[in-house]
Write a protein that binds this ligand. Structure first.
Ligand SMILES: [Zn+2]
Length: 254
């Protein structure tokens, strides 16, 4: 059996082995055991099993679907710049943490459907274009975070309604001022709330982000970490989590 996926989690086991989790092309997360996966040893072998690497792996046998043993592996892609930029590295870790809160574990290839494939493309594009932006020296972390969260929420089918006030159904685009409530992911008109913050810009950027292709990430300008934070809060609320449960969250949103 052959799998391709992005390494999203790794734990050292025994002296030189690893247990890794890969986000597979199907959008599922599979767990794999890698003998000697830490590299090193007498020959100081480098390891291919670093966070964010895209790998193709061949399995030894397929008796156990709980933990599959890697026989051979090839590195398909590795980020060139991300590991040298602390914010980009934190973002990568945050994406992987968020992903593991909702992704379905890989069970058996016979039952794999393609309904989760969008998740793989969201995550792989996020990593690829973040690395590219670092190479081009136009990396703006809040831009990448917002774009990732908008694409992710869209693929999960839980985008906030950006068209109508969630209480009175007034059209929001015509209004000068709107408010956002992350707890339920709703935009509301000024008649229906006492909030003083005008979040019309945020609303327009969600619409924009939804239409922006990943390679055009620079088009999503003006976004802030606070907006990324609101999208994370909304995600967490939906999955009954607290943002503090995401370890990388506090490092990013200082
Ligand atoms: Zn209203």
């Amino acid at each position: 059996m052959v799998f391709e996926g992005i390494l999203v989690h790794r734990i050292s086991y025994k002296e030189r082995d690893l247990i890794v989790k890969l986000l597979l092309r199907s959008g599922h997360v599979g767990s794999f055991y890698v003998y000697g996966g830490q590299g090193g040893g007498k020959k100081q072998k480098p390891t291919s099993f670093e966070l964010g690497n895209m790998l193709r792996i061949h399995l030894k046998d397929k008796k156990s679907t709980e933990l599959m043993v890697v026989n051979e592996h090839t590195k398909i892609w590795t980020p060139q710049h991300t590991r040298y930029n602390i914010q980009a590295f934190y973002l990568t870790c945050l994406y992987f943490e968020i992903l593991q809160k909702f992704a379905t574990p890989f069970q058996n290839s016979e039952f794999v459907t393609d309904e989760n494939e969008g998740i793989f493309s969201v995550v792989s594009n996020a990593l690829f274009y973040m690395d590219e932006s670092l190479g081009k020296k136009d990396f703006v972390p809040e831009q990448h975070l917002s774009l990732f969260m908008i694409k992710l929420l869209f693929h999960l089918g839980i985008m906030p309604d950006t068209d109508n006030c969630s209480y009175c159904h007034t059209e929001l685009l015509n209004l000068e001022s709107v408010s956002f409530m992350p707890a339920n992911g709703q935009f509301v008109c000024p008649q229906c709330t006492v909030s003083v913050e005008n979040e019309k810009g945020f609303l327009l950027r969600i619409k924009k982000g939804y239409q922006t292709r990943y390679q055009d990430y620079l088009d999503l300008f003006g976004t802030t970490f606070r907006e990324g934070d609101k999208l994370i809060q909304f995600f967490c609320h939906h999955f009954h989590l607290k943002p503090v449960e995401l370890k990388t969250y506090s490092l990013l949103l200082k």
